[in-house]
Design a protein around this ligand. Structure first.
Ligand SMILES: Cc1cc2nc3c(=O)[nH]c(=O)nc-3n(C[C@H](O)[C@H](O)[C@H](O)COP(=O)(O)O)c2cc1C
Length: 198
């Protein structure tokens, strides 16, 4: 089993989304001894925001690309190759202002390539990154799985849609939530981890 771990928190070892991801990976490795983990840290090694050179490169055939376009498309090609090589993705996501960190959005922007990771068909879009199992490990100060703040969760619905658009429909969401709420914070991590059956 090849596991790709995506880190998007900037908090290093203190990150609770990374700790939840690690707990999920430990469970996966216990169930599949010999599994291999590749780590992509988007906070330490961020992808650039999409600029004109990236977009031009996407729509220029490889043999016609300028040196600048060749360099621009490399980020996307590498991110796509990394995901294609994995069987399982474990994506750590901190809630930042009700949505995902910009580094994670940027990674998704570089992954989303017409004709390579999705295509349009007469019956609608078709994702081309298929056969992956995805775990999304979300850390948040508040509670979003239920209650009055549920309507303001722009993390899980966005990621579910974006991943399925790209072909990844087998998605398990785990939450360490209420991390800033005294009555929830003590058990939040364990509850998130226990929700994941591998
Ligand atoms: C810039 C920033 C924005 C945040 N926005 C939210 C938010 O909108 N909702 C929430 O519940 N928690 C929010 N938090 C709290 C974090 O989600 C929480 O601390 C979580 O543990 C961060 O994940 P990490 O430990 O992996 O970095 C925010 C924290 C930071 C630093």
């Amino acid at each position: 089993m090849h596991i790709l771990q995506i880190i998007s928190s900037s908090r290093g070892a203190a990150s609770q989304s990374t700790q939840l991801s690690q707990g999920i990976i430990d469970k996966l490795l216990a169930a599949h001894p010999g599994g291999q983990v590749v780590v992509r840290d988007l906070a330490a090694d961020p992808l650039p925001y999409l600029e004109e050179a990236h977009l031009q490169a996407y729509f220029t055939p490889a043999e016609g690309r300028s040196p600048e376009q060749q360099a621009a498309v490399r980020h996307s090609d590498e991110a796509i190759a990394q995901i294609m090589a994995a069987d399982v993705l474990v994506i750590g996501v901190p809630f930042y202002n009700f949505s995902v960190p910009a580094s994670l959005k940027s990674w998704l922007d570089h992954l989303t390539r017409a004709g390579i990771t999705f295509r349009y068909t007469p019956t609608g879009p078709e994702g081309l990154i298929t056969g992956k199992k995805v775990y999304v490990a979300i850390a948040s100060g508040g509670i979003y799985s239920e209650g009055p703040m549920q309507a303001y969760d722009f993390v899980a619905p966005y990621l579910r849609w974006m991943l399925s658009f790209l072909g990844m429909t087998d998605v398990t969401i785990a939450r360490a939530e209420g991390l800033k709420l005294p009555e929830f914070q003590e058990n939040a991590m364990q509850k998130g981890l226990d929700s994941v059956l591998v």
